[in-house]
Design a protein around this ligand. Structure first.
Ligand code: 13P
Ligand code: SF4
Length: 395
């Protein structure tokens, strides 16, 4: 058996100075499409290659070039790194075909996954729909646990593989089905809206599920003048502000540990520093951030919408952008535009999302462990599916 051993270690930033921003450290410069002064995680180190899975040197070289071209960050994702990944991406893509597997990956997965092996990359709303609609009978979901569970809920007859069963999420791990039962007892008859970042058991107790791309629209449409929103207190606060005078919103105290890192004060300071250098920043933020951050932002949207808006702005010559979110969104913007853009500020890495490696995907495809096959009881699926179907209906 041939295997690649080891996980990527991340090594120091490649530092570089942007002449317009002397006192800022320009980090991990993207060689081909512009200046990236965003503080990205350290660059990956090459994997230790134990085997080539029978691929020839020229096949590996061609695949390494394909990876490097698709990722479009040649300094962080060096040809040496891509060469060490190439046998694995070749083998995963071969196994996908052989076993008729549809591989979907969330935007926050690393670029070797999103641009090396994924059939589709998007935000949680779009991926739930793709899981539901894909004709393949096996789905491999490269992401955190609640997303793989959602795929199983929307397509119970399919086999859903989740390569990293212990990849959680601070939001979904911070609330239980019992918490929902207690809330319902305290607010009888009030509709319960749950963010998609919740377990199947929690979804089963809620009336409607929402995602970062539709929470405002769906909450506005619900009947009555009161709703319960769980578990994200920041998104809940944003809802309270947006629905003031229309609906009362009861919130829970969960938070995303990644987006909680950003504060309104940080955004104001970055904006001012850039403005002192004659740079008029456009700030794009994910709605899992504190509402103070959202108040300072020019655009609010899901991971997919943030990526699309950054690309649209760059195409119109608006190049100085700040992405207030997880680092995977910057990776996607860099890979999917040919326009020059300057990404400023700092992104934060989600340790749960980054748990999945190509090695895990390869292993789950070849011979999954029982815990890598998502298994939910029928009653939970039936009840949770109602809240997701209601989301599809109201979106
Ligand atoms: P998106 O639906 O915007 O991709 O968000 C999911 C998530 O977990 C963001 O932290
Ligand atoms: Fe959960 Fe936040 Fe990570 Fe998204 S970024 S998976 S909300 S911890």
């Amino acid at each position: 058996m041939e295997y690649l051993a080891g996980f990527p270690n991340w090594r120091g930033h490649i530092r570089h100075s942007n002449p317009r921003l002397d006192e800022f450290k320009a980090v991990a410069v993207s060689g081909c499409i512009g200046i990236m002064v965003i503080d990205m995680p350290d660059a990956p180190l090459p994997r230790t290659v134990l085997g080539t899975f029978g691929y020839s040197e020229s096949e590996i070289e061609k695949e390494a070039l394909r990876l490097q071209y698709a990722i479009k960050q040649p300094m962080r994702w060096s040809i040496e790194v891509c060469r060490s990944l190439a046998p694995m991406t070749l083998e995963i893509n071969r196994l996908k075909k052989e076993k008729d597997v549809f591989l979907i990956a969330h935007s926050y997965q690393t670029p070797d996954i999103t641009y090396g092996v994924a059939d589709s990359v998007a935000d949680s709303y779009a991926l739930s729909k793709e899981a539901r609609d894909s004709p393949n009978q096996t789905i491999l979901f490269s992401s955190v646990r609640f997303m793989a569970e959602t795929a199983k809920i929307v397509s119970p007859h399919k086999k859903v593989l989740h390569p990293s069963p212990d990849a959680g999420c601070s939001l979904s791990d911070g609330i239980t089905a019992e918490d929902i039962v207690n809330l319902k007892e305290r607010h009888p008859g009030v509709p319960v809206v749950c963010y998609i970042n919740t377990s199947a058991a929690v979804k089963a107790e809620c009336d409607v599920c929402v995602t970062s791309s539709n929470y405002l629209g769906i909450c506005k449409k619900l009947p009555g003048d009161k709703l319960i929103f769980v578990p994200d207190r920041f998104m809940g606060k944003h809802l309270q502000k947006s629905l003031k005078g229309i609906k009362e919103v009861v919130i829970f105290d969960g938070e995303c540990e990644v987006h909680a890192e950003f504060t309104g004060e940080k955004i104001r300071t970055w904006r001012k520093n850039m403005s002192d250098h004659g740079i008029d920043l456009v700030v794009l933020s994910h709605p899992e951030c504190d509402s103070e951050v959202l108040d300072e932002s020019d655009f609010i949207g899901s991971s997919e919408l943030l990526k699309d808006e950054a690309i649209r702005l760059a195409s119109q010559g608006k190049r100085d952008l700040m992405l207030i979110t997880e680092c995977g969104t910057a990776d996607r913007v860099l890979a999917e535009t040919e326009d020059h853009l300057n990404l400023m500020g700092s992104c934060v890495m989600c340790k749960h999302m980054k748990k999945t490696q190509l090695e895990d995907i390869l292993q789950a495809l070849k011979d999954p462990y029982p815990e890598q096959i998502v298994d939910l009881d029928e009653e939970t699926i039936r009840k949770a599916k109602k809240s997701i179907d209601e989301m599809f209906r109201l979106t």
